[in-house]
Design a protein around this ligand. Sequence first.
Ligand SMILES: Nc1ncnc2c1ncn2[C@@H]1O[C@H](COP(=O)(O)OP(=O)(O)O)[C@@H](O)[C@H]1O
Ligand SMILES: Nc1ccn([C@H]2C[C@H](O)[C@@H](COP(=O)(O)OP(=O)(O)O)O2)c(=O)n1
Ligand SMILES: [Mg+2]
Length: 245
Amino acid sequence: MWRKVTSTSFSSLKSSLFFTRLHLQQASKHNAASASAVSRFATIAPLQEKDGRCPFITFVLGGPGSGKGTQCIKIVETFGFKHLSAGDLLRREMVSNSEYGSMILNTIKEGRIVPSEVTVKLILKEMESSDNHKFLIDGFPRSEENRIAFEKISGAEPDVVLFFDCPEDEMVKRVLSRNQGRIDDNIDTIKKRLKVFEALNLPVIDYYAKKGKVHRINAVGTVDEIFEQVKPVFKACEQKAFNRS
Ligand SMILES: Nc1ncnc2c1ncn2[C@@H]1O[C@H](COP(=O)(O)OP(=O)(O)O)[C@@H](O)[C@H]1O
Ligand SMILES: Nc1ccn([C@H]2C[C@H](O)[C@@H](COP(=O)(O)OP(=O)(O)O)O2)c(=O)n1
Ligand SMILES: [Mg+2]
C-alpha cells in the first residue's frame, strides 16, 4: 500500500547533525543562486490557466535508476498525464545546437545538476505549449535551487510528489544495465550521482514531506507491483485533477 510519508518516516533520509549542517550551508548557497536564476527569468510569465483550469502538477522524484521514467509511462497510459522528463529535455537541448549544449554535456557527465534557469525554462516552455493540464515532471526538482526557482518563476507548487525509494545497490544494477547509450550510465558517474541525490535531492523530498505532499513508493519489485502502489495516489486525486479550475 502507498502511504504519505512524514519527514522522518523513510529510511534513506539522513537526519544526523552532519547532514543537517551540510543542508543548511547548501540552502543558503541555493537561495543566493536561485535568486540570481530567478532575476534572469524576469521575462518568463508565471503559469496561466488553460480553458479555465490551473495546471495539476506531480513531481516524480527518486534516485537514478529508481524507475521514475518506467512508472511515468504507465501513469500516462492509465491517467492521461503529460510526461515531462527533465533529463530528456536537457538531453534534447544538448544536441540541438543550443548555446548551453557543452555545459549540459559536461554537467551530466560529471553527475552534477544543470543550473535551474536552463531547466526551468525548458519545463515551462513545454507546459505552456501543451494542451494537457495534468503534468508529470520527472526528475525535477533535483535540488533546493531547482525547487525555489520553479516555484518563484511559475508561481505554482506541486499537488503531488511521488518518491520512488530504492536501495543504492538496486539503482546501480539497473542503471548499469539500462543500455540506452547514456553518457552518465557508467559506474564513475553513477557514484557521483548517488552522492548528489543524497545531498541535494533528499532535502527537496524532506521539504515536501513536511507539507504532507509526498507519497513514498517502495521501488523494489516488478514494474507492475510498483504500479499497484502508484495507482491509488492518482485515483484519490483524479476528480481534483479533472475539475481543477
Ligand atoms: N521495477 C523494476 N525492476 C527492474 N528493473 C526496472 C524496474 N523499473 C525499471 N527498471 C529498469 O531499470 C532501468 C532504470 O529505470 P528508469 O525508469 O529509466 O529509472 P529512472 O528514470 O528513475 O532513472 C531501466 O532499464 C528500466 O527498464
Ligand atoms: N532537474 C534536473 C534533471 C536532470 N538533470 C541532469 C543531471 C542528471 O544526472 C541527468 C539525467 O537526468 P535523468 O532524470 O534523465 O536521470 P535518471 O532518469 O534519474 O537516471 O540530467 C539536471 O541537471 N537537473
Ligand atoms: Mg529517468
